[in-house]
Design a protein around this ligand. Structure first.
Ligand code: BMA
Length: 320
């Protein structure tokens, strides 16, 4: 049975609610008309820090998702590269750094998430085949410099997306989060080939902001008290918001705490209007000294960044 809302909403508890603060009211990056592969949208970036640079690996689209008659177009997604020394002002490369070149990803490569593991960057992404309904899989590619990507292959077959690796191995195992509609699943693997122990760790809940489905945002971020897992949640009006949970450091299958309210939602015009209205969707965050910088896509069209201090994050969770 679901908890009554007045308990989940924390009315009985005086803790301040965690809310991400926007660091810019304007998008950091928008589509470039005339640059074919990123004409209609740039969104949902993975983020990595390399030396003094913050690097975004973002999803870009060549066409709107629907035409003037509302019919689906044959759009394709690519991964673009942008870098910055202050996390706010980015310069980008003129061509995608990664594109689909297999039959299972002819409609493109979507929603990347990056971790640094085993002396290389591992980027999980959604490979979109478009050959039949639900033709998307979790795939992986590797790089040492975030620009040249190689050795790409499908990790998990099936109608599965929102794949992200835990940024460390435990007892030699990699942990892979994924989404089989409508839940967030976790599994582990010794070799990124054989996957074990698939279990649901987070499900939709209640009748409000997370009623329909949930999926991981970026790879979980290590904090003193556990793995901070940001996730997206969808309501019955197709609004995408961000939620937060804390996972046990030793056993990430164990959810220690989950906030009852969204920590971020579409509010600005460019988060409410775009290729898909009313969406904030994150695929990565940077863990900085003062707090967490959360990069996100707005309305599947442009990229922004929001922030919370560690004290704000820490103060929001109760662990029983
Ligand atoms: C998901 C993915 C994301 C997108 C979201 C909202 O299924 O396609 O790339 O941001 O839907 O449209």
């Amino acid at each position: 049975m679901t908890q009554p809302d007045f308990i989940r909403e924390g009315i009985l508890d005086a803790r301040p609610q965690l809310k991400l603060h926007r660091l810019s009211l304007q998008p950091l990056l928008g589509p470039i008309p005339g640059n074919t592969w990123e004409t209609s949208a740039v969104f949902n970036p993975a983020v990595a820090v390399r030396g003094d640079k913050t690097v975004l690996l973002y999803r870009a689209c060549d066409l709107p998702f629907t035409d003037a008659q509302g019919k689906h177009t044959h759009y394709t997604s690519f991964i673009g590269y942008a870098e910055s020394t202050d996390g706010l002002h980015f310069s980008r490369l003129p061509e995608p750094v990664f594109r689909g070149n297999e039959v299972y990803e002819v409609r493109g490569v979507e929603d990347p998430r990056v971790v640094w593991l085993d002396e290389r960057y591992l980027m999980t992404y959604t490979a979109f085949g478009g050959r039949h309904a639900g033709d998307w899989h979790i795939a992986l590619t590797e790089s040492v410099d975030l620009v040249h990507w190689e050795n790409h292959r499908i990790l998990l077959r099936g109608t599965d997306k929102d794949g992200a690796l835990l940024p460390v191995r435990r007892n030699g195992e990699y942990f892979l989060f994924h989404r089989r509609d409508p839940d967030i699943w976790l599994c582990h693997t010794p070799d990124l080939d054989h996957f074990h122990d698939h279990r649901v760790i987070l499900s939709p809940i209640g009748e409000h902001w997370e009623a329909v489905k949930v999926g991981i945002a970026g790879p979980p971020v290590e904090t003193k008290r556990g793995w901070l897992l940001l996730y997206h949640a969808v309501d019955r009006d197709h609004v995408y918001r961000l939620g937060a949970a804390l996972l046990d450091k030793e056993n990430p299958y164990h959810v220690l705490s989950r906030l009852s309210y969204p920590i971020f939602e579409p509010e600005l015009a460019w988060e409410k209007n775009g290729l898909v209205p009313n969406v904030v969707f994150s695929c990565g965050a940077v863990s900085a000294e003062d707090g967490l910088w959360v990069y996100y896509g707005g309305a599947d069209t442009a990229i922004g960044v929001a922030f919370a201090t560690w004290a704000e994050i820490d103060g929001a969770f109760v662990i029983n």
